[in-house]
Ligand binder design. Structure first.
Ligand code: 5RP
Length: 259
């Protein structure tokens, strides 16, 4: 791995703990004004001091995030579909030149294993890895789950491993029973979990706690942070689980105190 690639990864996955808390706010690229992100800037601004990186589109950045914020950016560069159509029908929406201009610490796309446009989304990842390798920019592959797929270790292991074999530098997938086997299937590639749809705070903390215990490098969480009744409390609590290895009860206490 070249120096630039290692440097960018270390901006995201903190060398001190080997873990990371990514804040995902890229939902609008296919969901439009998602609950909590209509005014993305207002939601994200108080959370920035507690996030290790921000997963976002270039439009999200240019409209709502000041360039002076200093937050490492994981730039969403795939899209082209919407919730009204087939979700797997993604193309690359942002050039590597624009990612470099933005000073992205990583670029990201979704891979829809088992969906109608499976091959095209794997080809998108492949192209990004080729470009990322050229310029020292790591790629985070999201194992996006189509409507008919079971989110079990067998499916997520299959999808994650395909991303690894295609050359991704970080895998983002979902927590599931037997999550350790998914992590094992990814070899040395760090695995982070998405939060998924909003669940009660304590359950989200338990999920993050279990994921870290079973080998995840961190979380790339969105709705379970910004749709919480205390987004700052929740991101602080998640940080304490991910970086300080706090118990779920200790972390929940942080959330309650902040609320
Ligand atoms: C969509 C994404 C989103 O960033 C991610 O799913 C959002 O995180 P969360 O599920 O925690 O809201 O990758 O494909």
């Amino acid at each position: 791995m070249n120096w630039g690639m290692k440097n960018r990864i270390s901006r995201i996955i903190k060398p001190g703990t080997g873990h990371c808390v990514m804040l995902a706010v890229d939902h609008g690229y296919f969901q439009g004004p998602t609950t909590g992100l209509r005014n993305l800037g207002k939601t994200v601004e108080p959370l920035l001091p507690y996030a290790d990186a921000l997963m976002i589109t270039r439009g999200g950045l240019r409209n709502w995030i000041p360039p002076e914020s200093g937050i490492p950016v994981i730039l969403r560069v795939s899209g082209g579909q919407s919730i009204l159509k087939e979700l797997s029908n993604e193309v690359i929406t942002t050039s590597i030149e624009d990612a470099i201009r933005i000073n992205a610490s990583a670029i990201t796309c979704s891979v829809y294993v088992g969906s109608e446009y499976e091959k095209e989304t794997i080809a998108n990842l492949s192209k990004l890895v080729d470009e990322g390798e050229k310029y020292g920019i790591p790629v985070l592959a999201v194992t996006a789950v189509g409507k008919d797929m079971a989110r079990d270790a067998r499916y997520l292991g299959l999808a994650s491993r395909i991303c690894v074999e295609t050359g991704t530098h970080i895998v983002k997938t979902y927590y599931t029973e037997d999550f350790g086997s998914v992590v094992e299937a990814c070899g040395n590639v760090p695995v982070v979990i998405a939060g998924g749809t909003k669940i009660p705070e304590k359950e989200a903390l338990l999920m993050a706690h279990n994921a870290i215990s079973e080998g995840a490098a961190g979380v790339d969480m969105g709705r379970n942070i910004f749709q919480s009744d205390s987004p700052v409390g929740m991101i602080k609590a998640i940080r304490s689980v991910v970086h300080d290895r706090n118990s779920v009860d200790e972390a929940y206490g942080i959330y309650v105190k902040e609320k």
